[in-house]
Design a protein around this ligand. Sequence first.
Ligand code: ADP
Length: 591
Amino acid sequence: MEGSSAKLSSAAAGQTLALGRGLVSVLREHAQRDRYARAQEEAMRSAVPSIAWAVLLIVSAYIGVQLWLRPSQVWAVWPAYGLQLLAPLAVLAGVRTRMWERHAETLFVVGEFVFTAALVSQVLSRETAIAGIAGFVAVKVMATALFVPWRARRQYASVAFTLALYGLGLVLAPHFADEPRKLHLVAVPAVAGILSVLGVAQAARLRETLLHEAADRDLAVKRLETVLDRMPVGCIISDAELRYVYWNKAAENIFGYSSDEVLGKSAVEVVTPPHLRNLSVRGFEELAQGRNTTVGPMRLENITKDGRTIICEWNAVALTDPDGAFVGMLSMCQDVTEQHRTEQARRELVGQLQEADRMRAAFVATLSHELRSPLNVILGYHELLHEGVFGTLSTAQLEVLDRIGQAARQLLELVTSTLEVSRIQAGRAALNLRLLQPLGLMEQIRSETLELQQKDGVSVEWDLSERLPPVYTDEAKLKVIVKNLLSNALKYTEAGTVKISARAVERGIEIAVSDTGPGIPEDLLPHIFEPFRRGEVDSKKSGAGLGLYLVRFFADLIGAQITVQSTVGQGSTFSVLLPIQPPGILVEPSG
Ligand code: ADP
């Protein structure tokens, strides 16, 4: 139960982080009051080029019409027409720069007034060209204002104002005999009116988009909250001032406080005991100052609403807005009190067992050492007796003496092996890794075991590949492994063949010792590497049942893998898979 929830939580943790980040950024955006204004600015900036084109076209068309109707007048006042073209473009370019942007609104309001003044001046003045310039500059500025999403009320007022001027122009026009003035009175407000309507339409579209976005955000927040609430781990979000802003259902279950009871409170005071508050604040500061992006996992003491002390495992992550600024912290916690206690008890028990084991190994080592001396004395006197130093012995006496000698030697072998194993177990088997050529080592083993290989009825074959890669290993330990396997094969095979092979395999070498001996019964096979485990039928053979135990022990030390295949009546094959370098050990090339 505990294990499965732990597994679940680690998978959920990653998901929660992503969700939490999303939630906070959504919450932040949601709270942004000036989002609409920012969207306006954005739209304005992006609309400026198209407005510039529109202005250019309208002014060119106007100049074209004037050229067609009154070419002489146009040539006479060409600087004025030039200004008509350049002035609005300059205003638009200005709006696009950051400096003017902030004053854009004022600029447009001023434009509206200029526009009004221009119209009034047109009506009053006889200088239609000057009035035309003023009017056009005003119209272009107006156009910019109306193209961008203006605040709704002001926008409608502006449209109404423009249309009213247009109406006024229509009413006044017939009272003026002079054609250009008539044209200005009607054309200028008409153009402004068209641009106003376009602006309103664009603003309406933008408002709708923003409304949809807001609705989508609300939905996303709801979904995220539902997911976080269903998380099996406690999810807590604190803001940049270290106050709780979110507390999910699992956190309610762990600490006993409901979300309403803690929201807004300091995130280090509710469940953190006083002596750990500084630690929590430090963790928070590390995240806030960007020195770390995550904190944990760490186990801390916490206090529940009913005053219980529990152990929780915490993971925290910094939450940042899209610009990278710190906005808060998402903490995830799990109540691991039970697990913590069990682990502590287990650690204590392991410590006690290790100590007991160390004492046992030390005791066995001392005992074996002490046993060897009297045994050697027995064997020494046995030799002397056998050689007749103390007088000639009868055949019956010699037979008994042989049995005594055999038993003493067996006992000595047992004691020696036990001593060796206990030395290793007591931690005296240091690993001595160096780069060696396996072929040379195998040849060495071959020559060192020549006597052992002289067994009647058994032929020994060596099949050593010439292309064995050099390996980082402990030579002495590898020798013990191979010699033990070889001596077992020779010991248990009465007649047949013993074959030793070595070949390169993927990422290492494989040394195999196979024989055509009696094989190992299926029920014994899983136990042959255990200490003092011997086959029933082999009790006639010398041995303490420690050979294969040592083989496995040393193989584990040098990172080799031992496999055995055996069929009763057919023989056995022991394979040693030796890696180029023991896994998990970084070997520095020597020299
Ligand atoms: P020992 O040889 O001293 O009995 P080992 O630990 O070397 O102890 O071997 C454990 C047991 O595994 C042996 O008693 C024997 O029954 C079996 N065994 C090991 N090697 C072979 C082999 N090559 N052929 C048959 N049996 C084997």
